[in-house]
Design a protein around this ligand. Structure first.
Ligand code: FES
Length: 285
């Protein structure tokens, strides 16, 4: 296990008080564009860990394609008063880039805390022995079940005919739920977008908004991000207020919402209140 990340070395770490968990374990997985199963699988694992180690607070987080995000889950641990938070990625392989991203997120979270906290970033989930034992147990269960896949029995599930349809629509939205947008709140903002579209009757029928969740769309620093076609308008820095304006003005009235609209450019772009780069949103032209 790698010890990391008390960025405030000058201030003593907070110690858990009676009744508060000393250790919080954060199981981090990857979500899915299509199903809640990754979050449910993580929740099952969390339940088993809690029953084996009742003194631990065990929470889950998704790196991308869903929530809660890592910063949100760290917030929960901190609100519960955990003295030490162990971040445990539970996917394989754990690439160096992903590990660096987890470290970066944890550092950024620590920097905005008013008081220091202690985070440990656990190593890859493939320590000799433990994972081999788990793999051997799974193999053994599969062998015992005898439930072999049989080519002779034909398709287990007939393909859904709907998956051959391109539904007529007025707007096509690509809503990013890649890792950086997820850390910036994309899961919650995306859920809010889907709710607003449903409430406005824009989730079905020929004039509807066909909203698709995607992986990284590239301008991560401007996230959460979505692109609206046929115009090709990039909406960046999304929150619930911005989404409401876009639903009311763009999808219902065909107007671009300038305050959040950006267009492709070879130059770095930023938000109007950012210190670093002059704003280059459509609304400034
Ligand atoms: S993660 Fe959304 S643009 Fe990269």
């Amino acid at each position: 296990m790698e010890v990391t990340l008390n960025t405030r070395q000058d201030i003593p770490l907070r110690v858990a008080q009676p009744g508060e968990p000393d250790i919080a374990v954060l199981l981090v997985g990857r979500g899915s564009l299509y199903t809640r199963q990754p979050a449910e699988g993580l929740s099952n694992l969390a339940r088993r860990l809690r029953s084996a180690y009742p003194e631990w607070l065990v929470e889950i987080a998704l790196l991308e394609q869903g929530g809660p995000s890592l910063p949100q889950a760290l917030d929960s641990c901190q609100r519960a008063g955990a003295g030490t938070i162990v971040v445990l990625p539970v996917f394989l392989p754990l690439e160096a880039a992903t590990r660096n991203w987890l470290r970066f997120l944890a550092r950024r979270w620590l920097e905005r805390l008013p008081a220091p906290a202690r985070i440990l970033l656990a190593g890859p989930f493939d320590h000799p022995g433990s994972l081999a034992d788990a793999a051997a147990e799974s193999v053994s269960l599969a062998l015992q079940s005898g439930a072999a896949v049989s080519a002779a029995s034909g398709r287990a599930v007939a393909p859904d005919p709907d998956w051959s349809v391109i539904p007529p629509h007025a707007y096509h939205v690509l809503f990013c739920q890649g890792p950086r947008c997820t850390a910036a709140g994309a899961a919650e903002v995306g859920a809010y977008l889907r709710k607003r579209l449903k409430d406005a009757g824009l989730d079905h029928g020929p004039g509807h908004v066909l909203a698709a969740r995607t992986g990284c769309l590239y301008p991560c620093n401007l996230g959460p991000v979505m692109v609206v076609y046929p115009e090709g308008t990039w909406y960046c820095g999304l929150d619930e207020d911005a989404v409401s304006r876009i639903v009311d003005r763009h999808f219902l009235n065909g107007e671009t919402v300038s305050a959040n609209a950006f267009r492709p450019s070879p130059y770095r772009q930023s938000f109007p209140n950012s210190q670093s780069t002059p704003p280059k949103s459509l609304g400034d032209e």
